[in-house]
Design a protein around this ligand. Structure first.
Ligand SMILES: [Ca+2]
Ligand SMILES: [Ca+2]
Ligand SMILES: [Ca+2]
Length: 265
């Protein structure tokens, strides 16, 4: 064996050894990634949780948040649906409750407000809308409530077939449901469906009576599941899907990824 042959064999051996370790390390890290990914999908550690304060206050549902109670409400914000980054424009939700109802305020920063639909139960999500999905118990049935910049309201009960991992296998919407006593008011700071100017925001003030959700007043400590969503569009921008509790699965209809709404003292 010449000196060159020895070098060549030794290099060949090193290459084989390197290839072997590359395969071992790749397989190992691939398995590791799989584990991490499935852990994320199943983990409840990443789900959002808030405590909604119980407050006694008289307010007018008039799209003005000038009542002091709105300063005491809990505040949460929305980010890009999967939680990968913040939204292009800010969305803030404020919440509180009393013996009769849950109160929500939506403050949606928006430089280009786009909406034409006004009729109840329109397909508002094809334009711009804020959505609240909520259930007091069973994840396979929940309420879907929506408000749009023109004062449009949507209310439905959703039946969702979940597989063993809690992933949606399809939904059936009961749009005939009406939240009879729900009240909302919306104000726009800007011009709707006119992209030639720069708008500021749209804001909704909402009262959802517990009787509309077929429940009595929640007791302190009672925990519901729910999520807050927004569709935001804008001239020159891709449609943006925003969520409070991150949804890594397809569509917003993934109740296993709803956050926890805890009713406070
Ligand atoms: Ca008000
Ligand atoms: Ca405008
Ligand atoms: Ca917009």
């Amino acid at each position: 064996m010449t000196y060159l042959e020895v070098i060549s064999k030794s290099v060949g051996h090193s290459r084989n050894l390197a290839l072997f370790w590359l395969i071992v390390i790749s397989s190992w890290s691939f398995i590791g990634c799989q584990r991490i990914e499935s852990g994320r999908a199943e983990s409840s550690a990443s789900l959002q949780r808030i405590i909604i304060p119980k407050i006694v206050a008289d307010i007018s549902i008039d799209a003005r948040l000038n009542e002091p109670v709105w300063q005491q409400a809990v505040r949460l914000s929305l980010a890009e649906k999967t939680g990968a980054k913040s939204g292009r424009e800010a969305t803030e939700v404020r919440l509180w409750y009393d013996d009769e109802a849950l109160y929500l305020a939506w403050i949606c920063s928006d430089s280009d407000i786009q909406a034409t639909l006004t009729e109840r139960d329109s397909r508002f999500w094809e334009e711009e809308v804020c959505e609240f999905f909520v259930t007091a118990g069973n994840l396979e049935q929940y309420f879907e409530l929506q408000w749009n910049p023109l004062g449009g309201e949507f209310d439905a009960i959703i039946d969702n077939k979940l597989d063993g991992s809690g992933i949606s296998n399809g939904i059936e919407g009961h749009w005939e449901f009406t939240a009879e006593s729900m009240e909302s008011a919306v104000v726009v700071d800007g011009s709707v469906s006119d992209s030639s100017d720069i708008d500021v925001e749209w804001l909704a003030e909402v009262r959802v009576p517990f009787s509309d959700l077929n429940v009595t007043t929640p007791k302190p400590g009672e925990t519901w599941r729910g999520n807050f969503y927004r569709f935001n569009r804008g001239s020159g921008f891709e449609e943006e899907l925003l969520a409070w509790s991150s949804v890594t699965l397809r569509s917003f209809h993934q109740p296993s990824q709803f956050g926890y709404l805890v009713f406070g003292e």
